[in-house]
Write a protein that binds this ligand. Structure first.
Ligand SMILES: CCCCCCCC/C=C\CCCCCCCC(=O)SCCNC(=O)CCNC(=O)[C@H](O)C(C)(C)COP(=O)(O)OP(=O)(O)OC[C@H]1O[C@@H](n2cnc3c(N)ncnc32)[C@H](O)[C@@H]1OP(=O)(O)O
Ligand SMILES: CCCCCCCCCCCCCCCC(=O)OC[C@@H](O)COP(=O)(O)O
Length: 216
């Protein structure tokens, strides 16, 4: 993964992107943890590699395994593949991950939205990351990337250089929590990350839930 990290980090120069990072000290939980971040586009791979701590594996949809050399590189990089379409299968894989992360002392990075989302807001969170953290009794560390919409429009395939703000938030402890607490933990993480997303993106969080920039 170190090799991948170095290779992928060079893309930011190609794309004229700069990262402004805050809160890296929050990764130093001194134990395994589940890192959750928002997911906007393939460009997140650069954001991921920009701050990826050592000994951290990612959860990816299994379709990515069959994408030729990239799939092989991801496999070699230790990426864990899940079948999003089969909850029971995904649950089994994640239960294994809970054991492995403790025995091998590794962190796990999951995109709880479960899909890329460029709509300038966060999609409702899936619960797997939070079940995993509670099963392993390890902290959840939220990471938020500001909206790419100021410099990247997937539909128009428009791309200009830009700055991405990244914030690693305080770890959320799960010691003593049980599966009954998953919904509350998910919602708490969601609202903290959504608030941070709007702040980092210069968006106003409208009371009716829609977001608009200060500029409008
Ligand atoms: C030049 C260089 C080239 C090099 C190239 C290489 C560079 C890159 C290399 C390396 C970096 C690679 C990085 C790749 C990144 C890719 C990212 C993606 O692919 S993102 C899509 C996949 N990720 C997800 O989907 C995760 C989020 N999803 C989940 O966690 C879901 O929860 C999931 C899949 C586990 C289940 O999905 P559900 O759709 O069923 O949704 P739910 O609502 O969460 O669960 C339904 C019910 O099941 C329970 N449940 C879910 N998980 C459970 C669990 N683990 N245990 C028990 N119950 C669980 C829930 O509580 C819920 O039940 P109740 O509604 O509460 O009654
Ligand atoms: C073209 C921009 C290149 C940026 C530098 C990164 C170079 C790495 C190249 C290959 C990376 C392979 C990983 C792709 C990750 C990704 O973004 O997959 C989509 C999934 O999450 C969600 O899938 P979906 O449900 O279809 O949104």
């Amino acid at each position: 993964m170190r090799i991948i990290k170095t290779a992928v980090k060079t893309f930011k120069y190609l794309y004229g992107l700069r990262f402004e990072v805050k809160g890296l000290e929050n990764f130093k939980v001194g134990s395994p943890c589940v890192i959750v971040s928002n997911h906007q586009s393939i460009l997140d791979m650069m954001g991921l590699m920009e701050i990826l701590p050592d000994g951290c594996v990612q959860i990816a949809k299994k379709e990515l395994l069959y994408t030729g050399s990239v799939g092989l590189v991801m496999y070699l990089g230790g990426v864990i593949f899940i079948n999003r379409k089969s909850t029971s299968n995904a649950k089994m894989v994640m239960a294994d991950v809970a054991k492995t992360m403790l025995s091998e002392n590794v962190m796990v990075w999951i995109y709880p939205e479960g899909t890329r989302n460029g709509n300038g807001d966060l999609l409702p969170f899936k619960k797997g990351a939070f079940h995993l953290a509670i099963q392993a009794q390890v902290p959840v560390v939220p990471v938020v990337y500001s909206s790419f919409s100021s410099f990247y429009d997937r539909k128009k395939n428009l791309f200009t250089s830009g700055k991405i703000r990244v914030e690693v938030l305080e770890p959320i402890e799960t010691k003593g929590l049980t599966p009954e607490d998953v919904t509350e933990l998910t919602n708490r993480c969601y609202s903290t990350m959504r608030e941070t997303f709007f702040r980092l993106s210069g968006l106003v969080n409208e009371p009716n839930g829609s977001a608009r920039t200060h500029l409008q």
